[in-house]
Design a protein around this ligand. Structure first.
Ligand code: PLP
Length: 609
C-alpha cells in the first residue's frame, strides 16, 4: 500500500501482508499480534517495542560496507566503530548493541560522566571507548581509571584547558595514561537540522592555532606519543554527502600535517556520526542523497587519496554513527482512543416527523449521491448547511434541526471525498484539509516524539492493520496531553490518510517508526506522562518472544520521581477519604481499594468511556 511509503523508509525491515504490517525476519510476526498479546496481559497506553535483530543488522551493515570499501581501495588502515551513548542509553538497547557488536570489537562513546561510567561498565576490554564533550578534572581522572582498568580509551580534548588538566593528572598520579585525541574545529560545516556541530563558530573543537599549541604542550610534557586520534563531527543526520566529503578533505589534511609535525603515534581519524536515516515516507531520497555504500566508499577513498598525496601512512578509520545503528530498532505503538468527527455519525441523526425543507433536501442528497452527481450534490450540501446555520442564528430552526443538518452535510461531504479520492480536485483537497479527522492517540508527543515537537522532524507513521483497504480520511493526530502543541497536524505536503474506524466495534493501532535514536532520553515528562512501557521482541524461525518488560512508571512512582514523598501522598489521600461521609462501610473500603489500584497504574488512559 503506497500511502504509507513502506518501500521508502522501512529498509526492508517491514512488509505488508494479509492486511497487516509484519516484520521481514525469520517467522515474520505481525506487529498487531505482538501488540495484542502484550495488551492481553492488561498493558494500556503507548508501547515501545524493541527489535534487537535490527540493531544487529545495522552493525553488520556498517562494518561490512567499510570492510568492503577498505578491500576495494587497497586501504592500509583498519575500520573501527563506537556507539555514541547519547543516542540511546537504555539498558535493553545497550545490551543489544554490545552483544551484537562484540565480534567486531564495537565500542562505546561517552559524552558525560554518567555515560563514561556506563561505557566503562559495558565495553568489553579490548574494544574502544572514546570520550567527547566538556570535561573537568574528575571526568579526566575517570578516563585514567578506565585506562588503568585495562580499557582502550581515548580522551578527546575539546580545548587546551582539558589538555592541561590531563597533563596535571598524569603528573600527579601513577595511573595509566589514556590515549589522547584532539577534536578539530573544521571550517567545513554540515547541512540539515542538526548541522550546528561543524563550522568556525561551532561549539566544539580546537582551531588551527590551538592545535599547534596542543602539540607543543604534549611535546613539552613528553606525552606526544599519547596523541593517537583526531576527531571531528559536523552534525547529525547529514542529508547531503558533499559537506561530509569537504570535511573529510580538511580533516585528512590536518591529520597529515600533524604526522609531519612529529605526532609519531597519531594513527586514527575519527569521523564522528552524521550517517543519515530515511525518515521520509512520501518521497524517495528526501532525508539523504547517499547510501551507506557511497558513504563508506567516499570516506575510504578520500582518506587514502589525501594520505597517498602527502606520503603519509593510511590512518585507521573510526566512526561514531548512532542514529544509523539504532533508529530502526524501536517502534512506538499508539492505540487510537477517539475519532472526533464520529460525533457526526449517521446513527446520531434524530429526524423529526416534520423536518424543515432544507433538511429534507439534505436527506435526499445523502440518499441519492453517486459517482456521477457527487460534486454537484456536494455543492448543494455546502450551500444548504450555510443556509441552515443562518436560519439557526435567526431563530427559525432549533438545535435538533441544526444537529441533523450538520450530520447530513458531513456525511455527504465524506462520501463525495471518498468517491473522488483517486482524483481529487483542488476544491476537494481543500475540503479534506478543512474537514480532517482528528485521531486521539494514547501517547504524549512530548515524551515519545520530542524531535517532532521541538524540530518538526517527521517520523514515519501508519496503521498496523486494515492495510488491504485504502484509507480516505485526511488525518491529524492529537495526543492526550493538555497542550495544543501535542498535535501532529495534517500536512498537505506530507499527507496522512487513515481509516474511518468505528472504535465502539474495533480497536485501531498506529505505529511510529525509526524512533530508536535520541527520542527516549530527550522525551520529557510534560503533564507527568512518563516513558511508555517497553518490550524487547526476539524472533526465531517459528515464533517470537516478548522479553525485558519495563512497565511505564505508576502514578505514585511518577510523583515520587520528582521529589514527592510516596507515603505522605498516600497517607493524605487515605486520610481525606476515610474522614468523609460514606453511606456504607463497604463503599468506603471499596473506594479505598480502587484508589490504591489507580495509584499503581501508569498515567496513560485506559479508555475514554
Ligand atoms: C561527537 C558526536 N559523535 C557522534 C554523534 C552521533 O551522531 P549520529 O547519531 O548522527 O550518528 C554525535 C551526535 O550529535 C556527536 O555529537
Amino acid at each position: 500500500m503506497k500511502e504509507f511509503g513502506v518501500d521508502i523508509w522501512a529498509n526492508n525491515n517491514f512488509f505488508i501482508d494479509d492486511s497487516e504490517l509484519k516484520l521481514n525476519f525469520k517467522s515474520s510476526p505481525s506487529i498487531l499480534n505482538i501488540t495484542k498479546e502484550i495488551r492481553s496481559s492488561g498493558a494500556r497506553g503507548p508501547l515501545l517495542l524493541r527489535f534487537p535483530h535490527l540493531i544487529k543488522k545495522q552493525i553488520k551493515s556498517l562494518y561490512s560496507h567499510f570492510d568492503a570499501a577498505i578491500e576495494e581501495n587497497s586501504y592500509q588502515g583498519s575500520f573501527n566503530a563506537v556507539f555514541p551513548l547519547k543516542v540511546n542509553q537504555f539498558p535493553h538497547a545497550v545490551e543489544a548493541i554490545t552483544s551484537s557488536g562484540e565480534k567486531y570489537g564495537y565500542g562505546l562513546e561517552a559524552g558525560s560522566k554518567a555515560e563514561l561510567i556506563l561505557a566503562m561498565a559495558k565495553t568489553p576490554l579490548g574494544a574502544n571507548i572514546t570520550v567527547n564533550g566538556f570535561k573537568d578534572k574528575e571526568m579526566i581522572t575517570l578516563g585514567f581509571i578506565a585506562a588503568q582498568s585495562g580499557h582502550n580509551i581515548t580522551l578527546t580534548i575539546e580545548g587546551i584547558n582539558e589538555l592541561e588538566t590531563i597533563i596535571n593528572v598524569a603528573n600527579e598520579s601513577s595511573l595509566k595514561i589514556p590515549n589522547i585525541g584532539i577534536r578539530v574545529r573544521l571550517h567545513s560545516s554540515g547541512s540539515g537540522t542538526w548541522a550546528k556541530s561543524g563550522g568556525m563558530d561551532a561549539k566544539f573543537g580546537l582551531t588551527a592555532t590551538e592545535i599547534i599549541q596542543a602539540i607543543k604542550l604534549l611535546k613539552n610534557a613528553s606525552l606526544i606519543e599519547k596523541l593517537s586520534m583526531i576527531h571531528f563531527h559536523i552534525g547529525s543526520q547529514m542529508e547531503d554527502i558533499a559537506p561530509i566529503k569537504k570535511a573529510l578533505r580538511e580533516a585528512g589534511n590536518i591529520y597529515a600535517e600533524l604526522r609531519k609535525m612529529g605526532a609519531v603515534s597519531l594513527s586514527n581519524i575519527n569521523i564522528g556520526g552524521g550517517l543519515a536515516v530515511e525518515y521520509d515516507q512520501h518521497t524517495h531520497g528526501k532525508s539523504r542523497n547517499y547510501s551507506i555504500k557511497e558513504f563508506s566508499s567516499s570516506v575510504v577513498f578520500l582518506l587514502g587519496e589525501i594520505m597517498d598525496a602527502k606520503n603519509v601512512k593510511h590512518p585507521n578509520i573510526f566512526t561514531e554513527s548512532g542514529r544509523y545503528i539504532v533508529a530502526s530498532h524501536a517502534v512506538l505503538i499508539t492505540p487510537v482512543l477517539e475519532l472526533f468527527s464520529q460525533d457526526y455519525r449517521e446513527e446520531l441523526l434524530s429526524l423529526k416527523e416534520i423536518n424543515p425543507p432544507l433538511i429534507n433536501e439534505l436527506i435526499d442528497l445523502n440518499k441519492l449521491l453517486n459517482n456521477s452527481n457527487c460534486i454537484e450534490y456536494l455543492h448543494d450540501a455546502l450551500d444548504h448547511v450555510e443556509s441552515l446555520l443562518t436560519l439557526f442564528d435567526l431563530g427559525y430552526i432549533d438545535l435538533q434541526d441544526r444537529s441533523n443538518g450538520e450530520i447530513l452535510a458531513h456525511n455527504i461531504i465524506k462520501k463525495a471525498l471518498y468517491l473522488k479520492s483517486a482524483n481529487p480536485t483542488d476544491e476537494l483537497e481543500k475540503l479534506q484539509v478543512k474537514l480532517q479527522e482528528r485521531y486521539l492517540i494514547n501517547a504524549s508527543i512530548f515524551q515519545s516524539l520530542p524531535d517532532y515537537w521541538g524540530l518538526n522532524q517527521h517520523f514515519p507513521v501508519m496503521p498496523l492493520h486494515h492495510l488491504n483497504t485504502t484509507p480516505h480520511r485526511a488525518s491529524s493526530l492529537w495526543d492526550i496531553t493538555c497542550d495544543s502543541d501535542g498535535e501532529i497536524g495534517f500536512n498537505p505536503q506530507k499527507p496522512l490518510y487513515l481509516h474511518d474506524i468505528n472504535l465502539a466495534k474495533e480497536e485501531y493501532f498506529l505505529g511510529f517508526f525509526n524512533v530508536g535514536a535520541y527520542q527516549e532520553t530527550l522525551g520529557m515528562n510534560h503533564n507527568l506522562f512518563t516513558k511508555p512501557s517497553e518490550y524487547t521482541i526476539e524472533i526465531d524461525e517459528s515464533s517470537y518472544y516478548i522479553t525485558n518488560e519495563c512497565e511505564s512508571k505508576s502514578l505514585i512512582d511518577i510523583l515520587n520521581s520528582i521529589g514527592y514523598k510516596r507515603e505522605e501522598i498516600l497517607d493524605k489521600l487515605e486520610e481525606d477519604l476515610v474522614k468523609s461521609n460514606f453511606i456504607t462501610k463497604k463503599e468506603k473500603s471499596d473506594t479505598l481499594l480502587k484508589l490504591k489500584l489507580f495509584l499503581k497504574q501508569n498515567g496513560y488512559l485506559r479508555t475514554t468511556n
